[in-house]
Design a protein around this ligand. Sequence first.
Ligand code: SF4
Length: 82
Amino acid sequence: MGNVDEGITKPEIAEEFRGCSVYSKESCRTCFARFYCSGGCMANSYKFHNTIHDTYEVSCEMERKRVECAIMIKAALADEEQ
Ligand code: SF4
C-alpha cells in the first residue's frame, strides 16, 4: 500500500480491503460461524487463491470446530449451574 518514507502510494489497495468482509465472500454467506469469524484471514486467502476475496478452507474447518467446541462448553457449563 505504501511505506513510511513515501506514505500511501497505492490507495486502491485500501479500497479493496474496505470492500472485503464476511458479507462480500461467497463461501461465508451460508457459514454458521460467520459472525464469530468475520471472513477469515485475508493473507491466507491471498496466498492460496491469489485474492483477498476468498477463504482458506483449512482455516474455515478449524474456525468452525472452535466455535462448535465453545458452544458445547458453554452449554455444558449452563447444565452444571442448574
Ligand atoms: S469459517 Fe470460513 S466460511 Fe465461515 S465465516 Fe469464517 S472464513 Fe467464512
